[in-house]
Design a protein around this ligand. Structure first.
Ligand code: HEC
Ligand code: HEC
Length: 179
């Protein structure tokens, strides 16, 4: 039964049908999911995730594909030569593999897209993100230990595992985060 549940959850996340975190209120269901990110199931998936983590996790954490919609990933992948002031270009085969991975697991939630019809390149520009972080002060973000909202893992201790639960948040140099 437990295996069945895990499989259906993995399938749901793999189709991009769900976002990748759990609210603390939903804790009762959480024992079924040690991590909110679908574990790679086939050797093929495993090597794709490894490639993605290596190439797109070199300068910042490898963001889970579920944090942005398809059109955001398409736009990002189209302009890797001018990627936030960096050159993040890939060889054509890797480019194709990574783009397919991002697009096929992208969010289908409108709240993950941009405001005013622009295509968000930053997760931190999406209405969902803005709403969830409205109580986080500018000083908490711009301090040297964090630098920018792009460094999810500076505050979310389990971000690289795809988990963003509130009780796992530790903001450097600030007291334990509590609602
Ligand atoms: C050579 C370094 C480098 C590589 C490689 C790289 N990035 Fe980035 N990326 C950056 C920088 C720099 C930023 C801006 C960070 C900041 O504002 O603090 C960024 C920001 C981002 C953001 C926006 C984060 C936010 O919400 O603010 C996304 C999404 C992103 N990168 C995706 C990717 C993907 C996908 C790949 C692989 C194809 C990739 N990056 C590879 C340097 C890199
Ligand atoms: C400066 C620290 C900081 C950074 C950097 C940060 N967050 Fe957060 N995040 C928080 C805090 C604090 C909360 C809880 C906010 C609240 O409850 O009011 C939160 C909440 C969230 C939630 C909602 C969790 C829940 O269970 O409701 C998600 C999802 C999330 N963050 C994702 C991200 C992602 C993705 C990134 C990187 C692109 C990121 N965060 C960067 C501090 C941060």
């Amino acid at each position: 039964m437990k295996t069945l549940l895990n499989l259906s959850l993995a399938a749901m996340i793999l189709t991009g049908g769900a976002f990748l975190y759990a609210d603390d209120e939903r804790e009762e269901h959480e024992h079924h999911r040690s991590s909110m990110v679908a574990q790679p199931v086939t050797p093929q998936e495993k090597s794709t995730v490894a490639l993605y983590t290596k190439e797109c996790g070199a300068c910042h954490m490898a963001y889970q594909p579920q944090v942005l919609p398809k059109r955001s990933w398409e736009k990002t992948m189209k302009m890797l030569d001018n990627h936030f002031g960096s050159d993040a270009t890939l060889d054509p085969q890797d480019h194709k593999t990574i783009q397919n991975y991002l697009v096929s697991h992208a969010s289908k939630n409108d709240q993950m897209s941009d405001i005013k019809g622009n295509i968000a390149l930053r997760i931190s520009e999406t209405p969902y993100f803005i709403r969830e972080h409205r109580e986080v002060s500018k000083k908490m973000v711009t301090q040297p230990a964090v630098k920018s909202f792009a460094n999810c893992n500076a505050c979310h201790t389990q971000a690289t595992n795809g988990s963003y639960r509130e009780r796992e948040v530790r903001i450097p140099n600030y007291a334990h985060w509590e609602e």
